[in-house]
Design a protein. Structure first.
Length: 176
């Protein structure tokens, strides 16, 4: 698989990016579970996979971060002035942090409340006693981080479109 170059993201970077994007979009459909108590096709068809897809996101984002760090020298120079490049890096770090924190807090809710953890029908952690501090950790952060992640994704999309239509610098084309 091709590594990243200053002209284009490599195959693996693009695969990670778009796979995670599709899975996070699927996860965002969880909001429909709040309508009519999930009694509609989205709530009954897609939402039951929420935990499994969340774990899959975690399993993809960790190697994605490692791959991004390995390829960081293969990127074009950041935008000028330098503070814009700093903001872009900070935004990506925040996105990655939220993409890790979301499944970690979700897993914390499940295990902390004694439900255990089953992923794609496989029991990874058996249900057991409650762990109040773990349930509180997950329960306190999961929803606010979800909203923050959605806001950051919206910002990410807006900036990609700004690069493409206003700056015309090819940033979006590198990921397509």
């Amino acid at each position: 698989m091709k590594s990243d170059t200053p002209q284009r993201y490599g195959t693996l970077s693009r695969l990670f990016h778009w796979a995670i994007a599709v899975l996070v979009f699927w996860q965002a459909l969880k909001i429909f579970d709040r309508i009519d108590d999930g009694e509609h096709w989205v709530g009954q068809t897609l939402v039951p996979w929420h935990i499994s897809i969340g774990v899959l996101v975690l399993l993809l984002v960790v190697p994605r971060i490692a791959w991004a760090l390995r390829n960081q020298g293969n990127r074009p120079p950041g935008p000028q002035p330098a503070w814009l490049g700093f903001l872009a890096k900070a935004g990506h770090v925040a996105l990655y942090a939220a993409l890790v924190l979301m499944p970690v807090t979700g897993i914390s809710i499940m295990i902390g409340n004694g439900y255990g953890l089953a992923v794609f029908g496989m029991e990874l952690v058996a249900g057991g006693g409650e762990i109040p501090w773990l349930a509180t950790f997950g329960g306190t952060l999961h929803s606010p981080v979800a909203w923050l992640l959605l806001a950051m994704i919206a910002g990410h999309v807006v900036m990609a479109l700004w690069h493409h239509f206003v700056r015309r610098d090819g940033v979006l084309r590198r990921m397509l």
